[in-house]
Design a protein around this ligand. Structure first.
Ligand SMILES: Cc1cc2nc3c(=O)[nH]c(=O)nc-3n(C[C@H](O)[C@H](O)[C@H](O)COP(=O)(O)OP(=O)(O)OC[C@H]3O[C@@H](n4cnc5c(N)ncnc54)[C@H](O)[C@@H]3O)c2cc1C
Length: 259
């Protein structure tokens, strides 16, 4: 079974620099780590590999330094790493990002594609469903457990607003996973050494048959109009046990907080 996992490199800091004119995160200046939800996607991929005797293909789209997260993925059980990188991808919105990843994934025809539920920087949760739409395959978001998988179908549990749903799908299938689905394993020394010796596959836009019409800034129909840090106007007030018994005070504070 071919299992693909999509990993995004996100800044390892809350001190993110934003380019004022474009609203773009200046990723070149900060150390990148695997998006935390994607660690769970990777772990799920490796678990499926172990039960189905499969192979895990890790994909990331980002600058050259995203190589480090592919090597980390290799040290934690992935078998091959693919880096989509190049100027042509710069400025991609979620549509162009999911298109590029979908085209790269199409070339290995995975049986299952696993993404994190969202990236902690961009936060849109659109890329996973976007890839499934480009590939025209079924998908489920917020998957909390893989109940059963074989060469033809998968049964999963997903979180919904009203509780949990059990769904069955044919393969190929894409799922985005939540933290609850597993506990990511640490890498061992031997696997770290293996990861350092692996050759990563580099892919650019023309390898994928992409043109400026459907990749990068010009292939991105959305744009960031502005971006700013939220202003915290409300203040915290500590209530004593006597305050809490004062019904009128509590009601007035609640009303003020809602204004
Ligand atoms: C108008 C616009 C312009 C932008 N310009 C730039 C820019 O110039 N430079 C820039 O770096 N970013 C840019 N971005 C951000 C970029 O589009 C997003 O980082 C990217 O589409 C992922 O979206 P997200 O962070 O919301 O991921 P989500 O949709 O929240 O991620 C969900 C899951 O999808 C997968 N995934 C997401 N992104 C990737 C990836 N890159 N590689 C592999 N897997 C992935 C992961 O599994 C992740 O857990 C721009 C966004 C917009 C809307």
């Amino acid at each position: 079974m071919k299992i693909a996992v999509c990993l995004k490199q996100v800044p390892d800091t809350l001190e993110i620099d934003i380019e004022p004119e474009t609203g773009r995160i200046m990723r070149e200046k900060v150390r990148g780590v695997i998006n935390p939800y994607d660690l769970h996607a990777l772990e799920e991929a490796v678990k499926i590999k172990e039960t189905t005797k499969g192979r895990v293909f890790a994909f990331t789209m980002g600058p050259q330094q995203s190589e480090s997260i592919l090597r980390e993925a290799l040290s934690k059980g992935a078998d091959e790493g693919f880096l989509l990188s190049g100027r042509e991808f710069a400025g991609s919105d979620t549509l162009a990002t999911s298109k590029a990843l979908a085209e790269a994934l199409r070339r290995i025809s995975p049986d299952i594609i696993i993404c994190g539920k969202q990236a902690v920087d961009g936060d849109t949760a659109q890329v996973g469903p976007g890839i499934a739409a480009h590939l025209d395959i079924p998908f489920a978001a917020f998957v909390s457990r893989v109940i059963k998988i074989n060469q033809k179908k998968i049964i999963i549990e997903r979180l919904s607003d009203s509780g949990k749903e059990i769904l069955e799908s044919v393969l190929p299938f894409l799922m985005t996973v939540v933290r609850e689905c597993n506990t990511p394993r640490p890498a061992g020394i031997n696997s770290m050494l293996f990861a350092l010796s692996c050759t990563l596959k580099h892919i650019n836009a023309s390898d994928l048959g992409l043109t400026p019409d459907n990749s990068g800034l010009t292939g991105s129909p959305t744009s960031v109009a502005s971006i700013s840090v939220a202003e915290h106007k409300k203040q915290c007030r500590r209530l004593s046990s006597a305050d809490i018994k004062n019904y009128e005070l509590v009601v007035n504070l609640a009303k003020a907080a809602l204004q």
